[in-house]
Ligand binder design. Structure first.
Ligand SMILES: [Zn+2]
Ligand SMILES: [Zn+2]
Length: 143
């Protein structure tokens, strides 16, 4: 089991969530993923760990993780995808619409400026990632 899986499970059970075997499988799949995953993809992978996982468990676990701030949802086209992100400071998600790899990008200067302006506007940001959708270096057509 990944260390982060254990940390998250501990935090969730402290918040009063019961971590069942199927939920644990879903959490592990999400944490292992190198790209954003759709609920159906999470289901298929989680079933390899625990055949008892159902789509309802996937959605429920996604809701819990989202509510606790462990993951973000992104939309690519008209489909929703999920990725884990525990970064609380402002940053970018570069999302490839073809292979759905998500690259995290930090820009300290940009974050400082934008956070200062948000504060000045009295706005409290709940989400701290800005999504940029496009093509990653690998997925660009070669000339
Ligand atoms: Zn992030
Ligand atoms: Zn790509």
């Amino acid at each position: 089991m990944l260390k982060r899986t254990r940390d998250i499970q501990k935090a969730l059970s402290e918040s009063g969530y019961r971590i069942t075997q199927p939920r644990q499988a879903v959490i592990e799949v999400i944490l292992r993923a190198r790209r954003s995953l759709s609920p159906e993809e999470i289901l298929a992978r989680a079933r390899k760990i625990d055949p008892g996982v159902g789509l309802a468990t996937v959605y429920r676990t996604l809701d819990v993780l989202h509510a606790e701030g462990y993951l973000e949802r992104v939309r690519i086209g008209n489909k929703g995808y999920t990725l884990t992100c525990t970064e609380k400071t402002l940053h970018f998600h570069l999302i490839c619409e073809r292979c759905r790899t998500v690259t995290e990008l930090q820009s300290d200067r940009f974050s400082r400026d934008l956070m200062a302006q948000l504060r000045a506007a009295g706005f409290e940001a709940r989400k701290h990632a800005i999504e940029i959708i496009g093509r990653c270096a690998k997925c660009q057509p070669s000339e």
